[in-house]
Design a protein around this ligand. Structure first.
Ligand code: PMP
Length: 404
């Protein structure tokens, strides 16, 4: 049974604004945190604080075993082994780690293939890899509607036989779900290293690594009910073994002499310095929270919210929706001819609606679509139909007010 009222009570940030009704439609930027996550952080710092992997003392041993148990829990959530999950600062750092770690694997004749709809985090690290190695960076174009051109993707994979193929599971700007499985399979057949940017899919689609079939998958905890400053990289163990180390220092080493160092096996090889212990414990609490919800009911609620939102937006004549509303999750983007997205977002904020405007760190996509930005509405399972009604009425008022 999916009890939305009870669920909302679990999220203090949804009920903190007293009488003024606030609508949070910016979960793609960062999701709210359930109380169990906040409590876990507080408990760690007030009762359990100790560094991991170092001390003989009880607190340190306890912190270490909780920290490693948390890795196991999150690994189970995405369907991988605990030694295939590397903690990072976020999705951005995870992509940088892979792009840097592949440097020795690429040659000037090689092609790195991404897509035009990527977040900047899945573009710039590959540009830098291309610069370091002399390889060529190419991008699969989008259709005029902003969807990945899958026919072009297939053709480019076959023609260029990329050494790396990296793409988003779900577009952060439009919310569209990419057909990653089939494309990854083709890229793999051509010998590519494959990476999926799962920053926008983890919460909504709960991808399983074996099912996706990628070499690497990256995510950010804060977009999946967890704390900020933490993310993860799944890597097939054999792929992680072949990556060169990214940042170096303490913790990740087996033996250090002045002349040379032996690194630990993965995942430790990529985790240097004191990790984000509280963040990892908090994220495990978020995962446990999600595991205790009825995932089918939750997905159905999200789907109905999305259908309702799209139907309501489609009723407003001046609103142009972008993307494919049959294949999106979490996010809807729109623009209004002759109105700047910033003005719409600012006026909506005055009506208590929190959402995003602009390029959403996807400038190449905006450029391809010929828009200077969009207004982005992003939902999570804790949102309600009443919030959509409030938003639609505020949007109608705003557009009326802006009309010449
Ligand atoms: N990729 C996508 C698709 C994203 O939406 C984001 C965050 N907006 C990132 C990567 C980067 O995530 P983070 O800023 O948490 O590292």
């Amino acid at each position: 049974m999916f009890d939305i009222d009870a669920i909302r009570q679990d999220f203090p940030a949804l009920t903190q604004h007293g009488d003024t009704e606030r609508v949070y439609f910016d979960s793609a930027a960062t999701a709210h945190k359930p109380r169990c996550v906040i409590d876990t952080l507080t408990r760690f710092y007030s009762q359990e604080n100790a560094n991991v992997h170092r001390g003989a003392h009880q607190l340190s041993q306890q912190a270490t075993s909780r920290y490693e148990r948390a890795r196991q829990q999150v690994a189970e959530f995405i369907g991988c082994q605990h030694n295939e999950l590397v903690w990072t600062k976020g999705a951005t750092e995870a992509i940088n780690l892979v792009a840097y770690g592949l440097t020795a694997q690429l040659q000037p004749k090689d092609v790195i293939l991404i897509t035009e709809l990527e977040h900047h985090a899945n573009i710039v690290p590959w540009q830098q890899l291309a610069k370091r190695t002399g390889a060529t960076l190419m991008a699969v174009p989008v259709t005029p509607a902003g969807l990945l051109d899958t026919a072009q993707a297939e053709q480019m994979i076959a023609q260029y036989r990329p050494k790396v193929f990296a793409l988003a599971h779900v577009s952060n700007a439009l919310g569209n779900i990419n057909p990653v499985k089939v494309l990854l399979c083709q890229a793999k057949q051509q010998g590519a290293w494959t990476l999926v940017d799962g920053a926008q899919s983890l919460l909504h689609l709960r991808p399983q690594m074996a099912d996706l079939g990628c070499d690497f998958f990256v995510f950010s905890a804060h977009k999946c009910l967890g704390p900020t400053g933490l993310g993860g990289l799944f890597g097939r163990f054999s792929c992680l073994q072949q990556l060169d180390v990214f940042q170096t220092g303490g913790e990740m080493v087996a033996k250090v002499r002045i002349e040379h160092t032996e690194f630990n096996p993965p995942p430790s090889k990529f985790e240097t310095g004191t990790p984000n212990i509280s963040g990892v414990l908090g994220f495990a609490a978020a995962i446990e929270y999600l595991n205790n919800l009825d995932s089918a009911a939750l997905a159905a609620h999200e789907r109905s919210l999305m259908q309702y939102l799209v139907a309501q937006l489609s009723d407003i004549e001046s609103v142009s929706l972008l993307g494919d509303m049959q294949h999106n999750v979490g996010t809807v983007s729109f623009y209004v001819q002759s109105e700047h997205p910033y003005d719409i977002a600012t006026l909506l904020d005055m009506e208590g609606i929190a959402l995003r405007h602009g390029h959403h760190c996807a400038q190449p996509l905006m450029h391809a679509l010929g828009v200077n930005g969009t207004v982005r509405v992003s939902l999570a399972f804790y949102n309600t139909f009443a919030e959509i009604d409030h938003f639609i009425s505020a949007l109608r008022n705003t557009l009326e007010m802006m009309a010449p």
